[in-house]
Design a protein around this ligand. Structure first.
Ligand code: SIN
Length: 497
């Protein structure tokens, strides 16, 4: 079943197959292997370590041992190492993008953009490291000095998803390291290679042994590794991006050791087009937000609400844009959408389409898997538009995670706000309007952590990323992003005379 893929890495040593623990690249203790497939062809092209409890524990031991030295480093020293890591990521951008495209499937241009996006968090937190200020409080009693200092929380476990194999791990590791924490990481089983290469570059940057540790594990072994970290009181924080059910499991199971948690979980983002919107801007915002990574993004619009008066015009403009999309493998120069990650992803999109059509939705474009001379593999899905979608349909309640745009019709602002908020999730929400008074009203009313106002591309290292309701808690990026990796300590000095 092995496929000979011309990897074309400029640096073959960036294809790392082992765990990295205590500064050493090593096989898993039990010698297990995990196969990595290319979703464009569904064929295996690499094997990495399949870790178990022994590896998970060894990673915690290493991170705990490295912690006193790392937290004692000056903020400037930590910042300089992060800057060196940032330089190396950019210098090896092409290889990182190649690995990412091979294991995740996104077009090379998108993979390159993700490398730059992930690197921007490393640079940002290199800069934030030296600004992790505390406070001196105004004395409320004579002879007293009251101070607040921020301290690293300790060993951090980072559990990362397959959809952004580089950016998600970068935006967890960079603030943790900047704050003076040591890290144990487990990348998604589908996409370990990009994360391992990123850690290889961190090793080259000169982070001390044990500061960053990474183990890969299969879907089945992941539970063993993560349960071990959940039980271990030395692990003081879990940072996770992934599904809401897994996030709830982590929250429940870390209760015994009261770990701090950052949970960036599922979304069901509404995208609202008011009658006064600039329709061309709204269509291009929707295209950018919806079809990024083929729709496999937590902040992707999942429900598109269009005012009845502009529904026909909007649908026509959208269809024209969707027909321009080009589905194909990462390496095809024209591809704008790659394969979905696996069979389960294809089945879910198809289930949403079939369920909606069976209940009266109308297919405007796509609607089925795609296979042709360019998109020649089992996991391609045609970019799809469904019209006349209603709240009774599954697509209204579940995140599709694929290139499907369901169009809902609405008649009034209050009605659409109610519908937009009628979900347990609250990661992102978008709306388009040219009415300034509506902008503040709707921004305030929408229950989400991230709001795009006449804008589809919202993510940035300078901004706080995270959700409300069952989309989780904690923030990544921005100056708030460091807080999640720090404890606040209050010092009260008395008898000062
Ligand atoms: C995600 O989908 O989990 C992250 C998307 C982003 O960073 O914009």
């Amino acid at each position: 079943m092995n496929e000979s893929i011309p990897l074309q890495l400029q640096r073959a040593d960036l294809l790392c197959r082992q765990n990295f623990i205590a500064g050493q690249w090593c096989d898993s203790a039990a010698g297990g292997q995990l196969a990595v497939s290319n979703p464009a062809t569904d064929t295996v092209f690499a094997q990495v370590a399949n870790s178990d409890q022994q590896d998970a524990l060894a990673a915690v031991d290493a991170a705990q041992a490295a912690l006193p030295r790392w937290r004692a480093q000056t903020a400037r020293a930590r910042s300089q190492l992060l800057k060196q890591w940032h330089r190396l990521i950019l210098a090896n951008s092409e290889d990182l993008a190649t690995l990412m495209s091979l294991e995740q499937g996104k077009p090379l241009a998108e993979a390159r953009a993700e490398v730059a996006y992930g690197a921007s968090y490393v640079e940002w937190f290199a800069e934030e490291a030296v600004r992790a200020r505390g406070d001196i409080l105004p004395a409320l009693a004579p002879g007293k000095l009251q101070m607040v200092v921020k301290e690293p929380i300790g060993v951090v476990a980072a559990i990362t998803p397959w959809n952004f194999p580089l950016a998600m791990i970068a935006r967890k590791l960079a603030p943790a390291l900047a704050a003076g924490c040591t890290v144990i990481a487990k990348p998604a089983e589908d996409t370990p290679l990009t994360a391992l290469a990123l850690v290889k570059l961190a090793e080259e940057a000169g982070f001390p042994a044990g500061t960053i540790n990474i183990v890969s594990a299969s879907r089945e072994s992941t539970a063993t590794v993560v349960d071990c970290w959940l039980r271990d009181g030395r692990v003081r924080k879990i940072t996770f991006t992934g599904s809401t059910p897994v996030g709830k499991h982590l929250a429940r199971e870390s209760a015994d050791t009261l770990k701090k948690l950052s949970l960036e979980l599922g979304g069901n983002a509404p995208f609202i087009v008011f009658a006064d919107a600039d329709l061309d801007a709204a269509v291009s915002g929707l295209m950018a937000a919806k079809f990024r990574n083929g729709g496999q993004t937590c902040v992707c619009p999942n429900r598109v609400y269009v005012h009845s008066d502009v529904m026909a015009a909007f649908t026509e403009k959208l269809q024209a844009q969707v027909e321009q999309l080009s589905v194909g493998p990462a390496t095809h120069p024209a591809a704008t959408i790659g394969p979905m990650i696996n069979r389960r992803a294809i089945d879910k999109i198809q289930r949403h389409v079939d369920n909606a059509v069976a209940q009266g939705a109308r297919l405007v474009a796509g609607g089925q898997p795609l296979r042709n001379a360019i998109a020649d593999g089992p996991f391609y899905f045609a970019p799809t538009i469904l019209a006349d979608v209603t709240t009774a349909m599954e697509v209204c309640h579940e995140e599709t995670f694929g290139p499907l745009v369901p169009l809902f019709r609405f008649h009034s602002e209050s009605d659409v706000i109610e519908q937009a908020n009628a979900t347990p999730f609250g990661l992102a929400a978008y709306f388009y309007t040219q009415d300034p008074s509506r902008i503040w009203r709707v921004s305030s009313a929408l229950q989400a952590g991230v709001i795009g106002i006449n804008e589809g591309a919202v993510a940035s290292e300078a901004a706080p990323f995270g959700g409300a309701k069952e989309s989780g808690y904690g923030r990544e990026g921005s100056h708030y992003g460091l807080d999640d990796y720090q404890n606040i300590k209050y010092l009260c000095q008395g008898n000062l005379g």
